[in-house]
Write a protein that binds this ligand. Structure first.
Ligand SMILES: Cc1cc2nc3c(=O)[nH]c(=O)nc-3n(C[C@H](O)[C@H](O)[C@H](O)COP(=O)(O)OP(=O)(O)OC[C@H]3O[C@@H](n4cnc5c(N)ncnc54)[C@H](O)[C@@H]3O)c2cc1C
Length: 410
């Protein structure tokens, strides 16, 4: 039987790969999604979905499906400086409802996207399959080499999109490096049962002498706690001589520190987020294109990673979809789409990274002068906060810096 479209392999079932799989399958493109995990909840990842990311689900016609999944609403924000609880604000007083972030564990979101893609016969999901390398035909990528249930095999396709995240093996196989600003910090993430003194839906941040951290509400009655550590110091953080929970507690306001020291077993295993901000100097090679964190790992500032990965999927569907739908298309069409994709997405990614990269100097300034806050009235602080969040720069992080519009209508 003659093929009705070209065959696309997508490597990685994160937000970028899962959303693109659904969009491509709905366009009738023969799509194979390869994901190394069987259980998508096993990997700890960002949970912050901004309006710019929710908009992608709206355009994809998946808003109803998204709204049925576990989510935590951010209801208030609390700020600690040292041990002092300096400010607590209902979010509704600083941000309009439409600008609020949803905190959603990625596992159920990804499962929903993959289930939706499975409704189309042209879609194949290969889970528990780890991509090891690329396959070539005359110097052009024409597939991948993978390990599926202990069997090493080659799978060929007309085009490959790598959405394997920041540890992309295919990037390394091609000798591609990220170019960007060096980051001075990493983040240790963990989850713990919400202590009673943290109210439902509360986001809190704390600034200690040299430490900055954030706590976010997470589904299942937990909080997701992230603490900044100096770049490259995770090994000594995990050094077994002193329990890591004690090191974590040393950088927290006393209420939190006491809770952690009293309940060290209630913390999930810590995860290192190696903070990188940059992008590949070239997002594609003949036969393959990179997207999401694999193309442009984001720093965690403003929780941009998921949202930009999802927005990549819309632009990739617009550009690669029509070329791949055409069973007679020649390879130049795909390589051209890849160049257009990179040019279009750089317009949003580069300014976002530039803005994220101003955060460390702002934290340094805040830790120097933060103690002054106790002399400022709550009303004045609220006003400052409102001015800050209503700025154009913050708007871009919330709603997206460039319009992204899905052109395909089912
Ligand atoms: C610990 C941690 C904390 C984070 N915190 C935040 C946050 O608070 N806010 C925020 O916005 N972002 C955060 N991020 C980043 C955010 O999760 C990413 O930006 C976002 O998930 C990127 O989506 P993606 O689809 O490009 O890649 P990923 O989500 O990384 O997905 C890549 C997928 O590819 C699969 N894969 C990888 N290699 C292979 C292979 N060889 N073969 C087959 N499959 C493979 C992986 O299993 C994974 O499912 C965090 C990331 C980490 C690691």
């Amino acid at each position: 039987m003659a093929e009705t479209s070209k065959h696309l392999i997508i490597v990685g079932g994160g937000p970028a790969g899962a959303m693109l799989s659904f969009l491509m399958a709905r366009m009738g493109v023969k799509t194979t999604l390869i994901e190394r995990h069987k259980d998508l909840s096993r990997e700890f990842r960002g949970e912050g979905l901004s309006p710019s990311g929710v908009e992608v689900f709206r355009q994809a016609g998946l808003l109803d499906a998204l709204s049925k999944l576990p989510a935590s609403e951010v209801k208030s924000a609390r700020f600690f400086i040292g041990d002092q609880d300096v400010l607590s604000l209902p979010m509704a007083e600083i941000l309009p409802a439409a600008a609020m972030q949803r905190l959603m564990p990625q596992g159920p979101v990804l499962e929903m996207l993959i289930e939706k893609a499975k409704q189309f016969d042209c879609f194949t999901y290969l889970d528990g399959a780890r991509v090891l390398d690329l396959a070539y035909d005359n110097g052009r990528v024409n597939g991948v080499v993978l390990d599926h249930e202990g069997q090493k095999k080659e799978l060929n396709a007309d085009y490959v999109i790598s959405a394997e995240g920041r540890n992309s093996i295919l990037r390394r196989k091609l000798g591609l490096d990220w170019v960007g600003e060096n980051q001075s910090y990493d983040i240790v993430w963990t989850k713990l049962k919400k202590p009673d003194f943290v109210t439902e839906g509360e986001v809190f941040s704390f600034l200690q002498a040299e430490r900055f951290g954030i706590g976010l509400p997470s589904a299942e009655g937990k909080i997701q706690l992230g603490v900044v550590i100096p770049k490259g110091s995770y090994k000594s953080f995990r050094n077994d001589d002193e329990p890591w929970q004690e090191k974590l507690a040393a950088g927290l306001p006393c209420q939190f520190a006491e809770y952690i020291l009293a309940n060290p077993d209630k913390l999930d295993k810590p995860i290192l987020l190696d903070v990188i901000s940059g992008s590949l100097s070239n997002w594609s090679k003949p036969g393959i294109c990179f997207m999401g964190d694999a193309a442009h790992p984001m720093s965690p500032v403003g929780a941009q990673g998921i949202n930009l990965a999802l927005r990549d999927a819309i632009v990739a569907a617009n550009l690669f979809g029509p070329a791949l739908q055409d069973a007679a298309a020649n390879t130049d069409a795909f390589d051209h789409a890849a160049k257009q994709f990179e040019a279009e997405r750089r317009k949003e990614i580069e300014p976002a990274q530039k803005q994220q990269n101003t955060a460390p100097s702002q934290f340094a300034m805040a830790s120097k002068f933060g103690w002054l806050i106790k002399f400022i009235s709550n009303g004045f602080l609220k006003m400052l906060m409102k001015i800050f969040v209503s700025g154009k720069a913050v708007d871009k992080l919330i709603y997206g810096a460039v319009p992204v519009k899905l052109t395909f209508k089912p």
